[in-house]
Design a binder for this molecule. Sequence first.
Ligand code: ATP
Ligand code: MG
Length: 759
Amino acid sequence: MKLPVRVLIVEDLPTDVELAQREIRKVLPQCEFLQVDHEEAFMDALREFRPDIILSDYAMPRFDGMRALALALQHVPETPFIVMTGSMNEETAVSCMKAGAWDYVIKEHIKRLGSAVLSALDQRAVKQEKLQAERSLRESEELFRNLFQNHTAIKLIIDPDTGRLVDVNDAAVAFYGWSREEMLRMRVQDLNTLPEEEIRKRMDDVRNRRKAHFEAQHRRADGSLRNVEVFSSRIEVKGKVFLHSIVIDVTERKQIEAERERLMTAIQQLGEIILITDTTGKILFVNQAFETITGYSPQETVGQTPRILKSGVQDEAFYKNLWDTITHGRTWKSRIVNRKKDGTLYTESATISPVKTPSGKITHYVAVKRDITEHLELEAKFQQAQKLEAIGRLAGGVAHDYNNMINVILGYTQMAMAQVRNHPKLYEQLEQVLAAAHRSSEITQQLLAFARKQTIKPEIIPLNASIEKSLRMLHRLIGENIELAWHPGKTVGNVYVDPVQLEQMLANLCVNARDAIADVGKLTIETDRVTIDDAYCKSHPEALPGDYAVLEVSDNGCGMSAEVMEKIFEPFYTTKEVGKGTGLGLSSVYGIVRQNKGFIHVYSEEGKGTTFRIYFPHHETPGKILETRQTVAPVKGKGERVLVVEDEPMLIEVTREILKAAGYVVVTATRPEEALQIVSSDTVGFELLISDVVLPEMNGKELAKRIREHLPDVRVLFMSGYTANAICHFGILDEDVDFIQKPYSVASLTAKVRSILER
Ligand SMILES: Nc1ncnc2c1ncn2[C@@H]1O[C@H](COP(=O)(O)OP(=O)(O)OP(=O)(O)O)[C@@H](O)[C@H]1O
Ligand SMILES: [Mg+2]
């Protein structure tokens, strides 16, 4: 509803008031009037009546039109003020208008008052609208100014033509460290570390595309550099283009990002698995190592639980303990056998810890796991080797003592047999003793081989040719039902091994293959040449890098289980029934291979057959094939004097008897000192010294040297059950030394002695 127009009439004459009211009512029927005729009432009316329009007489007895006008302009400048004059000339009217009146009406032409009032009210409306508009403009300008000036974001207004900073806000002043005045004298080029050229390009960019977002580095008053992100937009003020840039300091964020990236790269490239789950065990993160080790990609894993790796090896109690530990806020450590994506099992060493908030609430679990499968395998291999080493020492010691005893048995039995040729019954029984002694001797030999205590004479021999020489013997060993295939490798050259041991090894392996083949089958002997590198040696600690000749013996027999395979090199380990096998075959093969600086691997699967692969260092120098040792016939002596030094009394007796029977003069000593004494007090001299290698006080080699000081021409024969460093380096005899292996037969001892004396 429109309010009635309030008209204030400043007039002293009631008739004139009447006249004016009538005229106004003609155009504004709904209006209120108030009449005043002095200043006080006028002022009250301005305040209380609040007129929309003021009509005022020019001259009044108690008031004055000009004065009223001045007051109105001062207090209500927007209210139209119309002057009414009576007998007045135009000049008065003009002065009134000059003073600020909106219009004038001459009382004689009072009829014009209505239209004058209407037009004044219209003008007022227009003016008010304009004022209103101006006010809101002012207000919004102020608002924007405030927004710019007090905003927490750093803001710059830039002149794109020069780069000058036209305006900067408080945040900018605080951030850059220059005063506002200083900044307004600077250009954006002074802040940015980019070359001028580049900055210009960017400013043009914003000008053309209205908007841009880029990263930069800004310099501050203290010289420090900050990484910033700039959002720049184009604004137009009175036809002039400016750039409005909001600058965000991202230095810390960048540092955190870079740190995070570094951390992430490290975690990703770690050899250990890092796995993070939530409190329910749902996997949130796995690093690269997880995929490398388990085969599951992060996409397949995230969202799952670690149960995808469950192998079934651990029982429920194991997992319950794990959960109990970590849900109580403690770290859990253990080995776990898990299953990879491809189904294979692996062992990991795992540490699982809860991740807690400062107040102690568990938010995540993090697992650090290392695949120790290979490590465990290596450890097992190492332990196995150590075990064999220890057993070897034990076996070697026992075999050494046994050997001497067997020698005694052999010697006396043979001598007794020579005396009872006329008693067939007795002779036969002694033959049995001899056979048992021979068999015992074989066992001791194998034990010595395993213990790497066999006296060996390695030679550089062509591997293929050496094997070929044994083929006939091997054929006989394995019988007719088994096919023997021989595939010599073309590039295989020489190896440095004892040819007798090589044959022994082949025989052992072929007999084993024969036993593994139930009925008919195939045995393959193959040779090859391979180069072994550092990588291979890492997983095979017994190997050394280099060129190797490989001897491979395979059969398609019953194969072995993993449990059997673990023990086959142990002496006396056999799966054969009592009386069928002693379990020394592979032990001696193992010892022989190691003694000849080679190594052996076995591959076998139950029901599928077995392959033994033996590696010997390759030798370039060609060698000759050693002729198999001849069996020597017993030979009689010619009364030469022989000095025998041996610390085992029983053995010394049997040796004396054998030599005496063969026609020698024998003097014996059980200790080196005793032997030296005999030589120094003796006047006739000795043709031959037979000495054990290992003696109390001084070794055989040393003794021989000392005896030669008295008897420079004496010949020397060493005997031993096993090698000793005194005469052989690492079990290898010096080339020019005469040696007889214990136990020896009557024939071999007498033949050896004879051949030395006849030389
Ligand atoms: N080629 C093979 N195939 C299957 N099993 C084998 C083979 N070679 C060896 N073995 C297993 O290894 C065990 C040990 O072999 P090793 O040669 O040391 O002793 P042995 O053959 O039982 O007895 P010995 O050789 O002393 O007469 C055998 O009992 C057998 O179980
Ligand atoms: Mg065997």
